[in-house]
Design a binder for this molecule. Structure first.
Ligand SMILES: [Zn+2]
Ligand SMILES: [Zn+2]
Length: 422
């Protein structure tokens, strides 16, 4: 006995696996109920016997119903300096392996500012290819509540508050395969490419390889928005391998530098010194655990550190300013065989006497990038109050006020971290 397909639309329903061929005169009815789908159909077989079936399909709870609107508010980058607020931008579609969140808010990072102003590291030039793929939605420091999960997602469910590492690992390259996902070769970071949109929109899609962490519901937004930057701070400090005998200098007390100070404090170094050109930030650094703070525009910080260390210099220097002067300063105040950690992104090249590294001091020069495996620790210790956050997020803006948010994120009005909150 053979049957014929009645409708291709029918094929998508599980019921067809039972009756995989249906006669053209068959009828099919779908009746949507609150939480299940009634399917009634009559099947005509080739031997002209008709049978009537009635069955129910209850979808895995909350999994399949699309609850989010078709469009959303989103800040969209169309080109260098061409960022526009769209009020009806399409919401992301949730594939079978994906998760879609309703964004709670998104921090504005120095990288977002550099990208908007057209920096070559994002938009390319004669030397480097473009990294961005417009139109894209910026923002990589965000969190939200899961509103949709793909049918193959088992680990997460609707209603959970989550955030993800800023990098979306490819899961295929040499680095991903050896657990070094933060250096993933294709290096897709949320908020720079159209297939990997960021958090300055009401909804964001997390693809399958996203590195997700659950954020406690009770954690205030002003703390939760620091998970990404503090993750980066932690990784930089971890690279320094601080012991209790080390004199540690952290140059730069912006939100990332402050994250380094509060985390380095947990390592209990012999002395923790913070440097910055802005006194308000130095006060914060002191509050967050620095033993000593100094302003290089007001005193000779190299001489001071040498004096404090019997002329040897600091054991560890972490550069978090992004200014070439801070590199030269660090190479001058670090002791022989010391560890220099470079964290920053620079807008201009640094010129130094490179022979300090080998011939004169035999330094360990280490880079630090992103926040591998850092989120769970950061979430736990922000919650416990071991990582200080008080006052780091200084202003919140709506998405309509995004231009102001970008303006305040420069820090020129005395702000540390600013964020957009939905
Ligand atoms: Zn960032
Ligand atoms: Zn990879």
């Amino acid at each position: 006995m053979t049957y014929r397909v009645m409708s291709y639309r029918v094929m998508s329903y599980r019921v067809m696996s039972y009756y995989n061929m249906i006669h053209p005169f068959s009828q099919l009815f779908f009746i949507h109920d609150v939480d299940c789908l009634h399917i009634a159909f009559t099947v005509g077989y080739n031997d002209v016997s008709f049978k009537r079936y009635f069955m129910e399909y209850t979808p895995p709870k909350e999994k399949t119903m699309r609850k989010i609107p078709e469009t959303m508010k989103a800040l969209v980058a169309y080109g260098k300096g061409d960022y526009r607020l769209e009020l009806n931008y399409p919401t992301p579609k949730c594939g079978p392996e994906d998760i879609v969140i309703k964004t709670e808010g998104c921090g504005v990072c120095a990288g977002d500012l550099k990208c908007r102003s057209g920096a070559a590291m994002f938009w390319g030039d004669e030397i480097q290819p473009a990294y961005v793929k417009p139109p894209f939605i910026p923002g990589h420091e965000f969190l939200g509540e899961i509103v949709e999960v793909g049918e193959n997602v088992t680990e997460y469910k609707i209603g959970q508050r989550v955030t993800a590492d800023q990098i979306l690992p490819c899961d295929k390259c040499r680095f991903c395969k050896t657990g070094k996902y933060w250096m993933c070769q294709p290096h897709a970071i949320f908020g720079f490419q159209e297939d990997n949109n960021g958090g300055m929109a009401e909804y964001v899609r997390y693809p399958r390889t996203s590195v997700l962490s659950v954020v406690p519901d009770e954690m205030p937004f002003e703390q939760a928005i620091l998970i990404e930057p503090y993750g980066c701070s932690k990784h930089a400090v971890d690279r320094a391998n601080i012991t209790n005998e080390d004199v540690v200098v952290i140059a730069g007390a912006g939100s990332l530098g402050l994250g380094m100070v509060t985390y380095a404090r947990m390592k209990n170094p012999a002395k923790l010194i913070a440097l910055d050109l802005v006194d308000y930030r130095l006060e914060k650094a002191k509050e967050f655990g620095a033993d000593l703070v100094m302003n290089p525009s007001k005193e000779d910080v190299v001489a001071k550190v040498l004096e404090l260390t019997d002329g040897y210099g600091c054991d560890i220097y972490i550069e978090a300013t992004g200014h070439p002067d801070a590199v030269i300063q660090g190479l001058s105040m670090i002791r022989k065989l010391g560890r220099f950690i470079e964290f920053s992104v620079f807008t201009e090249p640094t010129t130094v006497d490179w022979s300090i590294i080998g011939d004169r001091k035999e330094l360990d020069l280490l880079g630090a990038h992103l926040s591998p495996y850092c989120y769970p620790f950061v979430i736990e210790h922000i919650s416990k109050g071991n990582l200080k956050t008080e006052g780091v997020v200084s202003k919140l803006f709506t998405i309509e006020e995004w231009e102001e948010a970008f303006e305040y994120a420069t820090g020129k009005h005395g702000d540390l971290k600013v964020a957009i909150k939905f």
